[in-house]
Design a protein around this ligand. Structure first.
Ligand code: PLP
Length: 450
């Protein structure tokens, strides 16, 4: 029997469907976040606790995504809830600095190797936008280099070559800047230089060619939303050496990868950038992000000197977000990271075993508590190898898992949270096994076709 997961999804999520029908009248596509939309209509989540979420029909699922990796302690963690309650009762925002932002800034500067100083903002998008602007201000140069397939949010400079159509994106060693969105200005493409991941010689040659024009090279040391693809240490070291030589700032976007170690991927890989952007886990589930780095660069933001780079923002460092972030980061001791990463390694191992037992060609990309599945025989080491994987099988897996009580990213990416125990992990693996069993005939014909 051919098993179409969409049929089951439609049958079992009537409340989400009804909400969607109402929502489309007032929000394009019925959501306010493109990344939460999927076909035929998105799931509407009513509440979460620990590593579980409940949808509008009251159906319980394991949350293997945790708001796209942000919820590292799971949902409604008692310490975080307590911190939010306490602060909410004391006021949520003032036109003034507050003591908690000093505490969270101190904690981050102590933990992250590259951070001499930090500034808060409200989203990863803002963090990369300010980091890029700061790099342009510091160097006096206009261009930003970034990695094909990397993701840095949704401002104009970020919306380039995140997911280009490969046939339009140039040679693998010399990718060309492609817009991700309609409305991306032409001048942004002209000011953006695209580098291939994990090709150190090719990347260095491009950087040297553009050298005098480049303010910064920005990259995720571990590409997150784009498929958990780690940069090799050799690649990172090469970027470090060439950028230092040419006076270009190296920016690590650790909005996602900060969860792999107390000091982020820069600590794990032993390469220190000039600037770092953070988000997701540092806000404990509220909208907090940050950018920071070398003292001589961050100094440009100091309002005591002229000229300075102004960074306004009504909610920057608001005490509610700071309290949630501080409570979360305080819970994240080195032991907690170690245990979470151990669980991540076990999940990756189990996933490989399950797909091997079904003879499904898959790459399990994982670092620490992050993982992603790519349906291909070829190791996924950059955007081009990721783009060549079978996307239909990914969709079947995602929707099949939703039907079997698991929420992951539609692109089959996931992140563990600390409340996950052995039983939760086993339940996830059993669900993957059940979907692979159901999809055997569909996936066999897909595999033969590709
Ligand atoms: C690496 C990276 N940078 C930036 C962003 C943008 O963050 P936000 O969605 O908070 O704007 C994201 C979001 O997923 C991200 O993964």
């Amino acid at each position: 029997m051919v098993h179409d997961p969409e049929v089951v999804y439609r049958q079992t999520t009537p409340a989400s469907r009804a909400l969607h029908e109402k929502a489309v009248a007032v929000m394009p596509g019925g959501t306010t976040r493109t990344t939460t939309y999927f076909d035929p209509y998105p799931l509407y989540i009513d509440r979460g606790e620990g590593c579980r979420v409940w949808d509008a029909d009251g159906t319980e699922r394991i949350d293997m995504l945790g708001n796209y990796t942000a919820m590292i302690l799971g949902h409604a963690h008692p310490k975080v809830v307590e911190a939010i309650h306490k602060q909410a009762a004391r006021g949520t925002g003032f036109a003034a600095a507050n003591p908690i932002e000093v505490q969270l800034a101190t904690l981050l500067c102590e933990r992250v190797p590259s951070l001499d100083a930090v500034r808060f903002c409200n989203s990863g998008t803002e963090a990369t936008m300010f980091a890029m602007r700061l790099a342009r201000a510091f160097t006096g140069r206009p261009k930003i280099a970034r990695i094909e397939g990397g993701y840095h949010g949704t401002h104009d400079y970020a919306e380039v070559s995140t997911h280009p159509v490969v046939s339009e994106a140039g040679a693998p060693e010399a990718p060309i800047a492609r817009p991700d969105s309609i409305g991306t200005p032409e001048w942004v493409l002209e000011q953006t230089v695209v580098l291939p991941l994990n090709k150190p010689d090719a990347a260095e040659a491009i950087i040297r060619r553009e050298g005098g024009q480049l303010a910064a090279v920005i990259l995720e040391p571990i590409i997150g939303a784009g498929g958990v693809i780690a940069a090799t240490v050799e690649f990172l070291e090469r970027l470090r050496t060439v950028t230092r030589e040419l006076g270009i700032l190296l920016i690590f976007d650790e909005v996602i990868s900060f969860r792999v170690a107390p000091g982020g991927a820069q600590q794990l890989y032993g390469v220190t950038p000039d600037l770092t952007t953070l988000g997701k886990i540092i806000g404990g589930g509220l909208s907090v992000a940050a950018f920071g780095g070398r003292a001589d660069v961050m100094e440009l933001l100091d309002p005591r000197q002229e000229p300075n780079l102004a960074q306004g923002g009504t909610y920057n460092g608001n005490p509610l977000g700071m309290a949630a972030g501080l409570a979360t980061m305080t819970e994240l001791t080195p032991d907690v990271y170690e245990e979470l990463n151990r669980k991540g390694a076990r999940v990756a191992e189990h996933l490989s075993e399950v797909f091997a037992s079904h003879q499904v060609p898959v790459q399990v990309n994982s670092v620490g508590s992050l993982f992603a599945l790519h349906f291909t025989n070829t190791p996924v080491v950059d955007y081009r190898t990721m783009a060549a994987a079978n996307k239909k099988m990914t969709r079947d897996l995602f929707l099949g898992l939703v039907n079997h009580g698991v929420l992951m990213a539609p692109r089959a990416m996931g992140a563990l949270s600390t409340p996950m125990g052995e039983q939760d992990i086993q339940q996830f693996i059993d669900a993957v096994d059940a979907v692979a069993t159901e999809q055997r005939s569909r996936w066999q014909s897909e595999t033969e076709r590709s």
